[in-house]
Design a protein around this ligand. Structure first.
Ligand code: SF4
Length: 718
């Protein structure tokens, strides 16, 4: 058999640890890095390193192979190619399955050009060329995985049915030297919302996926036995994983790397025990050499569990995206470095945990299941980013090719946590302020357990907070659980373990707060804090009008990455019921576009702009060679968001009735603090919905009209 070995391409990862100041942590006696010097920032601005030798984009590695006496050319331009892949070996086809990515006259060569379909039931794979029109319609990442779910998941298929898919997407700028395009996107039908969900994560996996040339990898069906999936530029194979059962996420990543025998060249994302037990908000964790990435929300880990998949590993390939206008993109990216570094100082120093104090000061940080939204400054300080930095941070960590380095590792010796992932702001909301638990070592322990066992810290935390209020109100008793008092830090640790293993009361927590409210009946639903089945993130739906309408209409329910809170916190202009519907729609376009481009949100908001603007237009055009207008770029975001809405409409989970907010948000004003009196009464929400539907071109029930679908070139999905 003839083989052609393609030159492995390794891009530099700009870690630049020498750019950091250091101090010695009083708690653990180790050096920890701190903020950067101005000189260092200038050096960072030059980290955009364009490839001097772009790969020719018409190369088909299989072309011209004649020694076998066969015409071995794989033509993927006009039809999908199906390969038989052995359960533990490579393709049994004529040659290694290096797809003929970038095909002249096809998608721009910044794209890998194909989607890889992996049929878990049979071990077969298929490749599907990406139509040039689809690249322009959906751009990548979020857009591509939404299309995969729309194309392949029947509207009546449940989240745990084999017909559900998990689609891994990357964007046109992944694996280019462009800053911070190291995010990947997972698309699937969520066990929390029964609707479309996209969950993003960082680290090194997405960049590695891009180098395989597969813009999307779509897992179909259910493996007959516990398995993990290995993706290479040749295709995919399944490997047995019976012996990985019960391992935590870090152990699984390590075991798969070791088994594949290539160290960190294989990039792994894994489910923990919570995913195996189909805890509905089970997440996936990707442990890389330089930063963890967590696809946290929506239950991707549970869908993995339903598919008998413990992990996916991707091995770096040789595809190197070719930028259409390298110098122009370089100039643009370099011009944004200084503002980026200036605007992300808090993230560089404290990660997102740096938001605890300022948002508490605004009176918009939920306490005790959101009964109040402010605690005293001394109490908030106990779980702040500043305290974490001072006491427990051991090092800064980063996704591939990012100068911000918002990730941190923490060590809390008393809890047995060594170089664990720092709790994010949202996680501190879920597992600290909502619980009335301010014992930081225990909070770090809970977060480390969630990461290792594979559970979303937001949904888990808010579900426990909901149960704790139900206990406070007498709907649950000591007979149900002895860990349900607000403030019980040890009980929270126990509930974390019980939930991941579905033991005791944890089995009821494992299905989320909405299912628990239904079980309890009575007034329980009055204490819910979420929408469409998904618990809210930390950004107040009472204190931020844009979040009121944003959460209510979100395709993902209680996600803060549909409508963004950032502008609302920072603006001197009030966000009112009159201007919030249009703001929410534009913000949803911004997030859908950003997740299709797969640029990290923190970097977009920090250095590029919090709404779609000419910079995003220019970045896309320089990368692809297109000549889109800013309006056309905005339309891509609008199209992707409407496609998500359509999927949910078809599934019966998106309409005027489901575009709503929980009882407390609509009936109980914030009781005290700077935001006292704020809430979103039903008539105010109804008015905002009318305006929002009008802005969107949807009918009175929130369904995109035929005219809107025609305008957005989405009619085929109706
Ligand atoms: S800002 Fe943080 S999350 Fe974003 S790419 Fe950089 S390290 Fe990753």
């Amino acid at each position: 058999m003839n083989t052609i070995r393609l030159r492995p391409v390794r891009k530099e990862i700009h870690l630049s640890p020498s750019l950091a100041f250091c101090h010695v942590s009083p708690r653990h006696g180790r050096h920890v890095s701190n903020r950067k010097t101005p000189d260092a920032l200038a050096v960072e601005a030059s980290t955009y390193v364009p490839s001097p030798h772009p790969r020719p984009h018409t190369h088909n590695p299989c072309e011209g192979l004649t020694a076998s006496g066969r015409n071995d050319t794989h033509d993927t331009r006009n039809h999908a190619v199906r390969d038989r892949v052995t359960r533990s070996g490579g393709a049994d086809d004529c040659c290694p399955r290096r797809r003929s990515r970038p095909v002249t006259g096809s998608v721009p060569p910044v794209y890998g050009g194909e989607v890889l379909h992996v049929h878990l039931d049979t071990g077969e794979t298929e490749t599907e060329p990406i139509a040039p029109a689809d690249a322009r319609r959906f751009l990548g990442g979020n857009g591509f995985v939404a299309k995969a779910v729309a194309d392949h998941v029947p509207p009546d298929a449940g989240p745990f049915d084999p017909e559900n898919v998990v689609a891994f997407g990357v964007g046109p700028l992944n694996a280019t030297p462009f800053q911070s395009t190291s995010r990947g996107v997972l698309g699937f039908v969520s066990p929390m919302t029964n609707g479309f969900f996209d969950s993003t994560f960082g680290g090194t996996f997405p960049r590695a996926q891009k180098t395989t040339g597969f813009e999307s990898v779509v897992l179909h069906g259910r493996a007959p036995d516990p398995s993990y999936v290995v993706v290479t530029e040749e295709g995919a194979r399944l490997e047995p994983a019976e012996d990985l059962a019960g391992l935590d996420t870090y152990e699984t990543c390590s075991a798969v790397r070791e088994r594949e025998g290539v160290g960190h060249d294989t990039h792994v994302i894994a489910a923990g025990p919570a995913g195996e037990n189909q805890v509905r908000y089970a997440c996936l964790l990707h442990e890389s050499k330089i930063r963890e990435g967590v696809a946290g929300r929506g239950g991707a880990g549970a869908v993995f569990g339903s598919k008998n998949v413990k992990a996916v590993a991707v091995r770096e390939g040789s595809f190197e995206p070719e930028l259409a206008r390298n110098d122009d993109l370089r100039e643009l990216a370099t011009s944004r470095m200084a503002p980026l570094m200036q605007e992300t100082t808090m993230l560089q120093n404290y990660g997102t945990a740096g938001l605890v104090n300022p948002i508490n000061e605004m009176g918009k940080l939920g306490q005790r299941n959101n009964q109040t939204e402010q605690t005293d400054p001394e109490t908030a300080e106990k779980v702040s980013g500043e305290t974490l930095r001072e006491e427990y941070v051991t090092e800064d960590t980063t996704c591939a090719n990012c100068a911000v380095r918002c990730g941190k590792h923490v060590t809390v010796q008393s809890e047995g946590v060594t170089d664990g992932k720092i709790p994010e702001f949202e996680s501190l909301f879920g597992t600290s302020t909502m619980q009335d638990v301010y014992d930081l070592p225990r909070v770090v322990k809970v977060n480390d357990l969630c990461d290792r066992l594979g559970m979303d810290t937001i949904s888990f935390g808010v579900t426990v907070a909901f149960a704790r209020e139900c206990f406070e109100k007498g709907l649950l008793t000591e007979d149900d659980s002895s860990h349900l008092a607000f403030g019980d830090a040890d009980g929270l640790v126990e509930l974390t373990k019980q939930t991941a293993h579905r033991e005791g009361f944890g089995d009821r927590l494992a299905d989320g707060s909405f299912t628990l409210a239904e079980d309890l009946g009575g007034d329980a639903e009055k204490y819910l804090h979420g929408s469409k089945g998904l618990e809210f993130a930390a950004h107040s739906p009472r204190g931020l009008k844009g979040m009121s309408i944003g959460y209510a209409t979100s395709t993902r329910g209680g996600s803060h990455h549909d409508t963004r809170p950032t502008l609302q916190y920072g603006s001197e202009e009030p966000y009112t019921p009159e201007n919030s519907p249009e703001f929410a729609a534009r913000s949803q376009h911004f997030t859908a576009l950003g997740d299709s481009l797969t640029q990290c949100r923190f970097v977009s908001e920090g250095g590029w702009g919090k709404n779609i603007n000419d910079r995003y237009r220019d970045a896309i055009n320089h990368a692809t060679g297109w000549s889109l207008s800013t309006e056309e770029v905005e339309t891509i975001g609008e199209r992707v968001y409407n496609l998500e809405r359509l999927i949910n409409v078809r599934r019966g989970v998106a309409n005027r009735e489901t575009d709503t907010l929980p009882y407390r948000v609509m009936h109980e004003p914030i009781p005290d603090g700077p935001s006292a009196g704020m809430y979103c009464p039903p008539e105010e929400l109804a008015g905002m919905l009318d305006d929002y539907y009008a802005v969107r071109g949807w009918d009175d029930d929130g369904v995109p009209t035929p005219e809107t679908l025609d305008r957005l070139d989405l009619a085929e999905f109706a």
